[in-house]
Design a protein around this ligand. Structure first.
Ligand SMILES: Cc1cc2nc3c(=O)[nH]c(=O)nc-3n(C[C@H](O)[C@H](O)[C@H](O)COP(=O)(O)OP(=O)(O)OC[C@H]3O[C@@H](n4cnc5c(N)ncnc54)[C@H](O)[C@@H]3O)c2cc1C
Length: 412
């Protein structure tokens, strides 16, 4: 599984010290795998140890197998296997992390023949990869979920929780902290500072990063660097003169209560794009939808769009689940999707023209569920020059320059 770039011909040199910019779930997972599996010394530069704005702390933390591309399916399968065993994988001494993974499935609904065709096509791909999804007619949906309005529907696709195809959700902040604690226990240093620039040996051809400058005046020498700065990755890459199409796009989440027990409900995606899922406590739910209007960059996170709930989400919820006609919004928050405007998929691998710069970013709303497999793969690539377990080269950054998008149709 060699992933040599066309511009890169030198023999592989294992880095002694890797500096990771960004200590969210992606940076922390990569650090853990590098230190634990490959014995590499790692420093993570994270500007805010409270993770107040980090997507990993503001996520809805769901995991699914229902993707439209083979690579995303494989990544989620491997990551699910890791998350299922995280309490042993990331145990530190007597402390075993508990991320509260539950697997009630995802339910995609289609209300048009076009939408149903898409679900059928994806069902065929998912079947090839041993993903167990059931296509349900409106009658089948009504039988399974008596609380659901099905009269306008054509088809539903439900992920069935089996050994190879579980879908559900977990506590993403707990997963982030588990990786962070595990990494520290494996010898990784977390430094609270802002990475503001790089020292590079720049040439016409291959170039090299030598060090990372921080806001507190440190110059941290590096044999390799990783940009895992989430929604801010393009800004960091810009300091290397590399353009990444990654944008901070605000997404609002609303928590509500309703007097109905749907604890076994899946994460439901309405044909309109509005979604909801139950919380563990009876009668509590989370919901959201794509933004209305233009999807603008860098909208401040304190500007939750309450009108989105009142005007867009609630009418859809009440029509789809009549019991939601009466509900109370109890809280709301916003976080950034690290949106890759090129093709809505992760950008993983080397950053040309640098021989020793890498990134894992642009996951466009599915990075928490992909962190274990991506962190593992990035660590392999950095430490050995190739992917050893799962070939992540379909996500290579070069696809942008080549003009070859890897389009993921299932972005919510
Ligand atoms: C509302 C919402 C719902 C979501 N739902 C899901 C879901 O259901 N399933 C799923 O898989 N994913 C979901 N996601 C996406 C998921 O949360 C992200 O893909 C994932 O958390 C990205 O992790 P990260 O480590 O790359 O980024 P982050 O968690 O944002 O971490 C990046 C870190 O980099 C730091 N940083 C930035 N610049 C610098 C710098 N210059 N120097 C030092 N540090 C820096 C930041 O402080 C930050 O802590 C959702 C996201 C949101 C916002």
């Amino acid at each position: 599984m060699r992933n040599k770039q066309s511009w890169e011909t030198r023999e592989w040199q294992r880095p002694l010290h890797v500096v990771i910019v960004g200590g969210g779930v992606m940076g922390a997972a990569t650090a853990w795998f590098l230190a634990r599996e490959h014995g590499v010394r790692v420093t993570v530069i994270e500007r805010d140890a409270s993770y107040a704005q980090a997507s990993s702390a503001l996520s809805v933390c769901a995991i699914r197998q229902q993707f439209s591309t083979a690579i995303n399916i494989r990544i989620s399968q491997d990551s699910l296997a890791f998350y299922r065993s995280i309490s042993t994988e990331l145990a530190v001494g007597d402390e075993s992390p508990n991320i509260g993974l539950v697997e009630p499935g995802y339910l995609y609904l289609a209300a048009t023949e076009g939408g149903a065709t898409l679900l059928r096509e994806q069902h065929a791909l998912q079947k090839q990869h041993a993903v167990h999804t059931a296509l349900l007619s409106p009658a089948g949906l009504a039988e399974r979920y008596p609380w659901l309005t099905t009269s306008d529907l054509v088809l539903g696709s439900l992920g069935l929780s089996t050994a190879s195809s579980g879908e559900g959700w977990f506590d993403g902040y707990a997963a982030l902290q588990a990786f962070r604690r595990g990494a520290i226990s494996a010898g990784v240093s977390f430094v609270e500072d802002d990475a503001i620039d790089f020292v590079v040996d720049a040439h016409d051809g291959p170039s090299t990063v030598r060090a990372v400058h921080t806001a507190r005046g440190q110059s941290v020498e590096a044999d390799a660097v990783v940009i895992a700065a989430g929604a801010w990755s393009a800004r960091v890459a810009d300091k290397l003169g590399v353009l990444l199409p990654v944008h901070a796009r605000k997404r609002d989440v609303f928590a509500f209560e309703a007097d109905v027990d749907l604890r076994d409900a899946p994460l439901l995606i309405d044909p309109s794009g509005v979604w909801f899922r139950p919380e563990v406590q009876q009668g509590r739910f989370l919901c959201g939808s794509p933004p209305r209007g233009d999807d603008i960059d860098d909208v401040p996170l304190d500007q939750v769009d309450r009108g989105l709930f009142d005007d867009v989400i609630w009418p859809v919820l009440a029509a789809r689940v009549p019991a939601f006609d009466a509900l109370r919004v109890t809280s709301s928050w916003a976080g950034y999707y690290e949106m890759n405007s090129f093709d809505h998929n992760g950008l993983v691998g080397q950053l040309a023209p640098y021989t020793n710069a890498y990134t894992g970013c642009g996951f466009s709303g599915h990075g928490l569920q992909q962190a274990p497999a991506v962190g593992r793969g990035l660590a392999e690539l950095i430490a050995t020059g190739e992917y050893l377990t799962l070939d992540l080269s379909p996500l290579r950054v070069d696809r942008i320059a080549e003009g070859r998008p890897l389009l993921e149709k299932n972005v919510i």
